[in-house]
Ligand binder design. Structure first.
Ligand SMILES: NC(=O)c1ccc[n+]([C@@H]2O[C@H](COP(=O)([O-])OP(=O)(O)OC[C@H]3O[C@@H](n4cnc5c(N)ncnc54)[C@H](O)[C@@H]3O)[C@@H](O)[C@H]2O)c1
Ligand SMILES: O=P(O)(O)OC[C@H](O)CO
Length: 350
């Protein structure tokens, strides 16, 4: 591949929802031409002609450097760097379509915060299984799309085993508005972004139930402990969860009413059914499926995860949020710092 400079890197973003559109906008704001692939003709025309994506980012103006298209081949063929921003349950089918279109020398970074239902696979595993792309990574962190598209400052993480993937992604994304940190722990960054969504659903319930800030802090801290315990059991570096893609992302999604997962939790605590809550949202809330996957994984691995289990029971087992809270407050109390995490951190240090 030719030597990259920011201005010459050819970038495409696949997925034109909240986050895909925002990622394209952030790159376009740097003066870099960027192709955005979406399925919806009308939405692509609106982006190209009016610089808006009113379904997902109402009232915000998009960069003039974005060209939206519904033709996947066109979006992929010229790109040196691809961002895949497709909801986790549709991710494999898009990767399968990419199979014949991509080349091994292209760089690919996904920004999806979920696991595949049924297989528990991470998105980097799906990219590897379905395509010839090998120089891959993940973009994750405390990144509420609407805030970032509106120009507010933020930090994010690109994780990859390939320094070039981190470097080129940072070059196209970084700006006075966005700090881009690197990490080599792909598993930890993928799992931090995925599992925090389950805890954010609980936080939405806590907000709606007016449980107060102490309860929110308890939730975030014990939630982080569960995320790290499951993450480490699946191969993550425990230290990753103290970074932006761990505690950073958990904090914003638990605090912000803009978080869709948070909103689903609040809707459930208002008495809506899960179907009503998801339908009224009209966007993806990855924690709904992630709770199911985490329930299965923690069961198989014999791990304690009472918070995630309570969210699962509220979503799928008919437990009310109030009953879930009662169960959590009366369950067995463990060590403040999980000894298995202390051991894992010490092993990594050696
Ligand atoms: N919105 C955020 O603030 C944010 C931030 C960071 C990460 N993420 C993650 O990014 C991913 C996408 O989230 P989003 O907010 O953009 O979702 P969204 O609900 O706003 O949009 C989803 C998009 O995916 C498209 N899509 C769905 N199925 C598809 C398919 N089979 N083929 C092609 N396109 C398909 C939809 O048409 C839509 O454009 C999620 O995993 C989410 O967790 C979101
Ligand atoms: O709106 P959510 O709940 O999908 O969260 C968006 C981002 O993941 C926050 O970092």
């Amino acid at each position: 591949m030719a030597e990259h400079t920011t201005a010459t890197t050819r970038v495409s973003v696949l997925g034109a929802g909240n986050w895909g559109t925002t990622v394209a906008h952030l790159i376009g704001q740097n003066g870099i031409p960027v192709t955005l692939w979406g399925r919806n003709e009308e939405s692509c025309a609106e982006i190209n002609e009016q610089r808006r994506n009113s379904r997902y980012l109402k009232g915000l103006e998009l960069s003039e450097h974005i060209t939206a298209t519904t033709e996947l081949a066109k979006a992929v063929e010229e790109a040196e760097l691809l961002f895949l921003v497709i909801p986790s349950q549709a991710f494999r089918s898009v990767c399968a379509d990419l199979g014949d279109l991509v080349r091994p020398n292209q760089l690919a970074v996904h920004a999806t915060k979920g696991l595949e239902l049924g297989t528990g696979r991470r998105m980097t595993e799906i990219i590897r299984a379905e395509t010839c792309l090998r120089q891959i990574g993940v973009l994750s962190g405390p990144n509420i799309a609407r805030e970032m598209c509106a120009g507010k400052p933020a930090g994010t993480v690109v994780a990859s085993r390939f320094p070039r993937v981190i470097e080129v992604s940072r070059e196209v994304l970084k700006s006075h508005q966005l700090r881009v940190y690197g990490n080599t722990d792909v598993v930890g960054v993928e799992l931090g972004g995925t599992l925090k969504n389950i805890i954010a659903i609980a936080a939405g319930m806590a907000t709606q139930m007016e449980l107060g800030e102490n309860a929110k802090s308890l939730l975030i801290t014990r939630g982080l402990s569960e995320i790290a315990r499951l993450g480490v059991a699946l191969g993550a570096d425990p230290m990753t969860f103290s970074g932006l893609a761990g505690i950073g992302d958990l904090m914003v999604t638990c605090a912000s009413p803009l978080s869709r997962n948070h909103r689903v939790g609040a809707a459930l605590a208002r008495g809506m059914s899960l179907k009503e809550a998801v339908d009224s949202l009209g966007m993806v809330a990855e924690g709904v499926k992630a709770a199911k996957i985490a329930e299965q994984l923690t069961g198989e691995l014999g791990l304690r995860a009472p918070l995630m289990h309570a969210v699962y029971r509220v979503l799928y087992d008919g437990l009310t949020p109030a009953e879930g809270l009662r169960e959590l407050m009366t369950g067995a109390v463990q060590e403040d710092i999980d000894p298995s995490l202390t051991r894992a951190a010490a092993t990594k240090k050696r």
